[in-house]
Design a protein around this ligand. Structure first.
Ligand code: SF4
Length: 265
């Protein structure tokens, strides 16, 4: 098989949420490295559950790769990849480094499992858009859908999101993946969303191949209505069935293919 030209970056890919997005994988390990093992994860089962944040790739190696890119028009540069990007201890350093020579907005897609940690919040403050996962509302529902590591607790995630919202001046989106297992909790999740007060809510269902079926459009419309009922006008609510995609051609198909199983960019 042809060797991937890029080790840490992939895409650009067309995203219904971000437009034309260049992906950065700050972990870049062949096996998914995550604090969750979501039942709908398109990258398969999680086999590597790290105990703490660590440096997976040196910041200067990533920056060198981004600097070597050919000229291209992008809507955003997005940290996601094959696992949970906030596990990278040098995430903040990477964001600052890229911002020093690129003008695009920086997005981080996180599962929010570590967002109650001060060091993680400090790194995320550097991003222009943070997209945080919120598929559950209780410890039991977190276990049903996200199968989190034992030390990751739903009430810590909720508190972390509220605390982060208070200090973050960028755009905060909550991304909620609905499947059969959590569609009955839409009203409870909506109540928590109201307390967090994000700028945007993204209602999703896994349309790419994975172990569970996506919900049909009529279910997603009913769920969206639950969030509309919260009655906070400043929220922008988008759902996966409504947005047209932009097209894009990856600069390195091999590096992109490896990461595109995930629900992110
Ligand atoms: S969907 Fe995202 S958060 Fe969930 S297991 Fe896969 S990579 Fe981790």
């Amino acid at each position: 098989m042809e060797q991937a030209r890029y080790k840490y970056i992939y895409g650009p890919v067309a995203s219904w949420r971000f437009g034309k997005s260049l992906g950065i994988d700050p972990i870049s390990r062949p096996e998914k490295t995550c604090t969750f093992d979501c039942v709908y994860c398109q990258a398969g089962k999680t086999r590597v559950f790290p105990k703490a944040r660590e440096i997976f790739i040196p910041t200067e190696d990533l920056l060198e790769e981004v600097q070597s890119l050919p000229p291209m028009d992008l809507d955003t540069i997005t940290f996601a990849g094959n696992g949970e990007p906030t596990l990278a201890k040098n995430l903040g350093e990477m964001i600052e480094g890229i911002k020093s020579f690129r003008n695009e907005k920086i997005t981080v897609i996180t599962n929010a499992s570590l967002i109650n940690q001060k060091d993680v919040q400090e790194d995320l403050l550097l991003a222009d858009l943070v997209v945080a996962k919120l598929d559950a509302f209780s410890e039991a529902s977190l276990n049903d859908v996200n199968q989190a590591m034992p030390n990751v607790l739903m009430h810590h995630i909720i508190q972390g999101l509220k605390d982060f919202r208070r200090i973050y001046r960028g755009r905060l989106a909550l991304q909620i993946m609905f499947i059969d297992a959590n569609k009955k909790y839409a009203a409870q999740i909506a109540d928590i969303v109201k307390e967090i007060r994000p700028d945007e809510i993204e209602i999703n269902t896994p349309l790419r191949a994975c172990a569970v079926k996506p919900l049909p459009e009529r279910d997603i419309l009913e769920i969206t209505a639950c969030f509309t009922k919260i009655g906070v006008e400043s929220f922008r609510i988008r759902h996966v069935y409504e947005a047209p995609k932009k097209t894009s051609s990856p600069i390195c198909p091999q590096s992109t293919e490896r990461r595109r199983g995930k629900e992110g960019v």
